[in-house]
Design a protein around this ligand. Structure first.
Ligand SMILES: Cc1ncc(C[n+]2csc(CCOP(=O)(O)OP(=O)(O)O)c2C)c(N)n1
Length: 631
């Protein structure tokens, strides 16, 4: 626990000497043990200040040390699934000094980045990709006649993602050398769910298998020159004993050599097994058990809370920022209210109960709540099935993770015009997690889905109104996209919702300003700044991104002859491009300017700083409007 770790505080004796994996190879096991504790202390000291994924990293300290001790990175490749657990890997690969910049603009990323270090073999962020990527890299190695180890580190949570299972299915029969480390802590963000998880927990509590297998091998080795029949008999005995302990070996049946379960906090044991595993032919899976949050009592007790956390006080475990009402909690509460009156309403999450604000719903309506694991595709088609069966499903998924389910939205929900409500959380710029997690593509891809209506609340109150509308009045596929965090309220957000209608918030003469969702707060501020410079602004809150309120927009631009659309999504196919097309078609002669994000990955950093960098903050909008039309 932290109190014990503190005794070695101050010096970081071994940590200060380790700047690359080569340095690890010089240390004794006892020294590596001390190094592990120093790393925990370092993690707590720095992540408590910056915020980040502390629990997962505390859990993989010994595993990461063992991996780098055995493998020869960067020649050998390590692919980290999700990649949120790579802080220890970053510390051991020369990036320790950058930890005070973790997740900050232009600072160290919280995920692996090939552009950040040659030790980061593959970029990750979304779950369940590591085995596919590793298999691809292993096959590339084979095709080029090269010789190095490719390893994937995947958590038991990530293993619930369909893609991981598709990859295991392929890899098991591939005649390629591939090392998979299954980091099993029984947790996704919340406790892991599903049959596979139950299977793993059964193995976890029966560690004899591995031991038995090894002793059997040692026993067989006593008869090196025995006849074929005796050896075959002994192998049968081995298999019989094996099946006594493990009724079925999923991974072996898939074609993997299986080692485990191994104590993921015992460096010596892991090094021994990894040394053996890396020299084997074909795919090998090493099953390691770890404790999420290991060494910090608050994180061990509440790993979900410390999965990804804002800055906190180490001594008390308290988060420093005040938790205010946010879009997710508003969504969760409103959904509970609506579900009380309509027992057909059900909620679906893909392993993000807390993040999407559904904890209360789960407690109140246990039978109407489905956590499907990290399985967005399944979540969406499950909703389609429920809707077909006469139920009202609400699928709450972050914008970035919904990308996974594009075809399910299109093929299973939209083409059949099924009444599924998509509650798309974390839409727009998300900030700290960066490139892989930005919700900046959804408007573009949702716009290509037939029949789907797209709404974006400009305030938490509007989210309530829209959710009620989607569940009570609308019958068909409908998406409500809203951002991370809290929002502003303004006059006009209380107005009742009418299908396809926006709201005129402010009348003006010179320019029409509009924006997507919570960008309206920024648009209103930009309008205030422009008014101060004598430029009269008309402000429209579109509410519906699809269908667009054509009448309201065209009436306005006929007067102002200029319209600006502000959105924190990519330019291609965004709301702005549809408004531009509308204005062009209208032959009003009006000009349209779209202020949005470039069509590229957007880096990590505080949301406000990203807005500023790309000119979609109030000052940036004012500057663009003035220089385009009023200079
Ligand atoms: C496609 C996708 N959906 C959801 C997430 C959000 N997410 C990040 S980590 C995580 C849990 C991962 O659990 P596990 O793989 O067991 O790793 P652990 O943190 O327990 O070490 C989830 C659901 C994600 N990264 N990608």
């Amino acid at each position: 626990m932290y109190q014990d770790l503190k005794k070695i505080d101050g010096t970081y004796g071994y940590l200060s000497k380790v700047n690359s994996p080569a340095d690890l190879k010089k240390l004794s096991y006892e020294e590596l043990g001390i190094l592990a504790e120093e790393i925990r202390l370092f993690l707590l000291d720095s992540v408590s200040k910056t915020g980040g994924h502390i629990a997962s990293n505390l859990g993989v300290v010994e595993l990461t040390i063992a991996l780098h001790r055995v493998l020869n990175a960067p020649v050998d490749k390590i692919i980290w699934d999700v990649g949120h657990q790579t802080y220890v890997h970053k510390i051991l690969t020369g990036r320790k000094a950058l930890f005070d910049t973790l997740r900050k603009l232009d600072g160290l990323s919280g995920f692996p980045k090939t552009q950040e270090s040659s030790y980061d073999a593959f970029n990750t962020g979304h779950s369940s990709t590591s085995v596919s990527a590793a298999l691809g890299m292993a096959r590339a190695r084979d095709l080029k006649g090269e010789n190095y180890t490719v390893a994937a580190v995947i958590g038991d949570g990530a293993l619930t993602g369909g893609m991981a299972l598709e990859a295991l299915n392929d890899a098991g029969m591939a005649r390629t050398n591939l090392l998979i480390i299954l980091n099993d802590n029984g947790m996704s963000i919340a406790p892991n769910v599903g049959g596979l998880s139950r299977y793993l927990s059964r193995i976890r509590v029966r560690p004899f298998y591995y031991k038995t297998r090894e002793s059997m091998q040692a026993f067989l080795d006593l008869f090196p020159k025995s006849g074929k029949r005796l050896r075959s008999f002994l192998h049968k005995v081995k298999s019989a004993i094996k099946s006594m302990f493990m009724p079925s070996m999923f991974f072996e049946d898939l074609g993997f050599r299986y080692f485990g379960p191994i104590d993921g906090h015992n460096i010596r044991e892991m090094v021994r097994v990894l040394e053996q595993a890396r020299t084997m032919k074909g795919p090998v899976l090493v099953h390691v058990t770890t404790i999420k949050g290991k060494g910090y009592k608050y994180a061990e007790k509440q790993p979900a809370m410390y999965h990804g956390i804002a800055p906190f006080e180490i001594e008390t475990g308290q988060v420093l920022a005040e938790g205010s009402e946010n879009y997710s909690s508003v969504f969760g509460e409103k959904l509970c209210e609506l579900a009380r009156d309509n027992e057909r309403i059900v909620a679906i999450t893909a392993a993000m109960t807390d993040g999407t604000g559904l904890t209360g719903f789960r407690e109140l309506f246990k039978k109407r709540f489905f956590d499907v694991g990290i399985a967005e595709q399944h979540a969406v088609t499950l909703a389609a099935g429920l809707a077909m069966g006469g139920i009202k499903p609400v699928v709450a998924i972050y914008s970035t993770f919904l990308q996974r389910a594009y075809d399910q939205i299109l093929h299973d929900v939209a083409l059949q015009n099924l009444p599924v409500v998509f509650a798309i959380d974390r839409a727009g710029v998300v900030g700290d997690d960066g490139e892989t997690h930005q919700g900046i593509y959804d408007v573009s891809y949702l716009y290509t889905i037939p029949n789907l209506k797209i709404l974006s609340p400009a305030s938490p109150n509007e989210l309530k109104i829209m959710l009620e509308y989607a569940l009570k009045e609308y019958h068909g596929p409908i998406a409500i996209r809203y951002p991370k965090g809290s929002g502003c309220e303004f006059q006009g957000s209380e107005k009742p919702l009418a299908f396809g209608r926006g709201v005129l918030l402010q009348k003006g003469r010179d320019v029409t300003l509009t924006g997507v969702g919570s960008m309206m707060c920024i648009v209103l501020e930009a309008a205030r700044l422009l008014e101060m410079e004598g430029i009269s602004c008309e402000v429209i809150n579109p509410r519906f991104l699809r269908p667009i309120d054509e009448e309201l927009i065209l009436e306005s631009v006929k007067k102002t002859k200029r319209i600006v659309v502000v959105e924190d999504v990519i330019k291609s196919g965004g709301f702005g491009s549809h408004v531009a097309e509308l204005v062009f078609r209208s032959r009003t002669g009006a000009d349209c300017m779209v202020l949005s994000l470039p069509d590229k990955g957007i880096e990590h950093g505080k949301r406000e700083l990203i807005y500023k960098r790309y000119g979609i903050d109030p000052e940036g909008i004012k500057t663009s409007v003035k220089s385009e039309w009023f200079s």
